[in-house]
Design a binder for this molecule. Structure first.
Ligand SMILES: Nc1ncnc2c1ncn2[C@@H]1O[C@H](COP(=O)(O)OP(=O)(O)O)[C@@H](O)[C@H]1O
Ligand SMILES: Cc1ncc(COP(=O)(O)O)c(N)n1
Length: 264
């Protein structure tokens, strides 16, 4: 069985973070493992509290995983401070981990801050160096470059700018636009538009987590990065289209849509 590891935060409401990642990996037939960076008390209306693990404990989690069941791919999501980011980059290098997807999670869909202000630079200097693909959404790409995105041309400009200091694949997600849901996959001046129709659904809690863990799942199966992104886009589109409606705020997706459970 192919194996994938998520290094991310726990979402008590089950829609984002570790829970979204493990659901995605499982539904796609991949054996999922997790190293938890923080516990969040969270629901569809917001994040009520965050409890970070210590850097030492995160190191221990990663040692336990890498010395036993070696993952075929790794997805990194919410990492709330610079010390935790440093541990991850050190351990991924030490174990020579492959197929690394970094989702630079900064703010939740509900608007809560999930990363300390000072940690952005460490993300650049440490985690981007080991990543094969990074998956910023529009606000994250704006925060990373200081440039605003109002159009498709701006998406290309900002991807180019990120490409000046990151030489892997950049998937700039267009989900926050209301016109469509086209994402831009960019590397070394090569642009691939991953087409998507905007789906009218307020329940988009966990979209970024689900997409990045689907990419990691397909990478674990042996697909290359562009193939994995296309397949993951199909998965996220189905999960949003299934229109699950749970909770009082921005509800979660139906990760089980491929199993036909959307009619349950
Ligand atoms: N309303 C929507 N309709 C169709 N696709 C969407 C919608 N919202 C998000 N997506 C897609 O979901 C994926 C995750 O994007 P996004 O929501 O921007 O990430 P994040 O959760 O990091 O903000 C992207 O492929 C994006 O295009
Ligand atoms: C633990 C955790 N990780 C990531 C997200 C971001 O997900 P989203 O942007 O879809 O709210 C989240 N809300 N919680």
């Amino acid at each position: 069985m192919h194996k994938s590891l998520t290094i991310a935060g726990s979402d008590s409401s089950g829609g984002a973070g570790i829970q979204a990642d493990l659901k995605t990996m499982t539904v796609l037939g991949v054996y999922g493992m997790s190293a938890i960076t923080a516990l969040t008390a969270q629901n569809t209306t917001g994040v009520q509290s965050i409890f970070e693990v210590t850097p030492k404990f995160l190191e221990e989690e990663l040692d336990s995983i890498f010395t036993d069941i070696f993952p075929d791919s790794v997805k990194i999501g919410m990492v709330s401070n610079a010390d935790l980011i440093r541990v991850i980059s050190k351990k991924l290098r030490e174990y020579n981990a492959k197929n690394i997807v970094v989702d630079p999670v900064m703010v939740s869909t509900s608007g809560s801050k999930l990363m300390a202000d000072g940690a952005k630079d460490t993300l650049f200097s440490e985690l981007f160096k080991v990543a094969d693909i990074i998956t910023p959404n529009i606000p994250e790409a704006e925060a990373l470059t200081g440039q605003s995105i109002k159009s498709k041309d701006d998406m290309v400009k900002v991807a180019k700018k990120i490409g000046e200091f990151f030489d892997g694949y950049i998937l700039l997600k267009g989900g926050h636009s209301i016109d469509d849901a086209d994402d831009l996959l960019y590397k070394n001046s090569e642009k691939i538009w991953i087409k998507g129709e905007h789906i009218e659904n307020p329940n988009t809690h966990g979209t970024g987590c689900t997409l990045s863990s689907a990419i990691a799942s397909y990478l674990a199966m042996g697909y290359d990065v562009p193939e994995s992104v296309h397949l993951a886009k199909e998965f996220i589109t189905g999960a949003i289209s299934a229109k699950l409606d749970l909770g009082k705020g921005r509800g979660p997706l139906n990760h089980m849509w491929k199993m036909g459970s959307e009619n349950l």
